[in-house]
Design a protein around this ligand. Sequence first.
Ligand SMILES: *Cc1c(COP(=O)(O)O)cnc(C)c1O
Length: 370
Amino acid sequence: MKIMPNRMDRGFFAYQQEFEDKALAVLRSGWYILGKEVESFEKEFAAYIGSEYAVGLASGLDALQLAFRALGIGKGDEVIVHANTYIASVMGITMNGATPVFVEPDACYGPDPEKVEAAVTEKTKAILVVHLYGQACDMGAITKIAKRKGLKLVEDCAQSHGAKWGGRMTGTFGDIGCFSFYPSKNLGAFGDGGAITTDDEEIAKQIRILRNYGSEKRYYNQVVGVNSRLDEMQAGLLRVRLSHMEELTKEREWIASRYDKLLQPKNNCFEKPLRRENANHVFHQYVIRTKDAATRERLIAYLNDNEIGTIIHYPIPPHLSEAYAYLGYEKGSFPITENYADTVLSIPMYNGMTEEEQGYVIGKLNAFPG
Ligand SMILES: *Cc1c(COP(=O)(O)O)cnc(C)c1O
C-alpha cells in the first residue's frame, strides 16, 4: 500500500459538489477580486476564531509581514521568536527590517516562557509565538510576559486553525493573529491565501489599506502598500471548507488519538508527541521524534521501502539557514532546536485518511527494529 504524507485531493472529494458549485458561481459572477465572497469569508472567519475582525490577504507570509508593519515594528527593533519555527515566521520579521531574537522551545515545540522573559532587552518590541504543528503555545505564561514588559504579541496561526488554549482560540490572544490558507494547512484553499485576525479596529483598517496599494479610496494612496488581496475564488472555496471545520478538526484529533494509542515503538526508537497542559492540538502534523539522527535516517529509509512517505518539519532551523547567515549564528547556538531539527519526523496525517491506511502505517512503524 502506498501512503503519501498528505492527500489534498481527499479534502476536495469529501465536499466535491459544494466546491464545484461555489467555483462555478464565482466564475459566473463576473467579480473576482475583493467582493462579496471575501467580505463574507472575513465575517465568518472572524466569528469562527472569536475575533472582532479578519482581513483576507494573499498568503500567510503577507499576514506576518503586514502584522509587524501595522504595529510599527522595523529597523532597530527586536522580536523574540522560538528558534524551531518555519522560516516564514522569521521572514515576516526581517522583511520589516527588524531583528529576530531566537529562544529555545519547550518539549511541545512552543516557546519556553522563561527563556522568552530572559531574552527581553530595551530593544524588544514584540513576541511572536508559533503554534507549531497545530498545538497551542503556553498562552497563559506568554500573555503575562507581554503584558508585564509592555510588548506587542503576534501569533503565527498558520498551522493552528481551530486550536485552543484554555478554551479560547489561537489568533485571539495577541494584538494580531496571522493565518495561512496554503492548500496543505488545516483550513486550506486551492491556491495561496492568508488572513489576519484582530480586535483592534485601527489595525484591521490599516491592514485593509496596506493590502490594496495603500489606498482606502480608489486611486487615493495614503501609504506605499502592497498587493496582497485574497481573491473571490479562494474566499468562496474557503467558505465551503470553513463550514466543515468542526468535523474536519475532529477527524484529525481522532486520527491522532489512534496514533497515540496504537503506536508502540520498539526499543524506544521514537517518541510520540507530548500534549501541553490547557492546550488542545489540531494536528496539522503528527510529529514523532527519533532517538537520534541516525535512527531517523534509518526509519525514513525503512518507511520509504514500505512506500510510506514522511516529511521533516524542518531540517534546517532558520538561524542556520543560508538566508540568515548574516545574523551570525553558528551550529551549537541553540542545541535543543538543532536536536529537534535532527530528530523530528512527520508521519502521514490528513483529512480522509482511512483506518486501513493508518493501520498499515502503524503496523510498519511498530515493526521497525529501532
Ligand atoms: C505555512 C506557514 C507560513 C507561511 O504561510 P504561506 O501562506 O505559505 O505564506 C508561516 N508560518 C508557518 C508556521 C507556516 O506553517
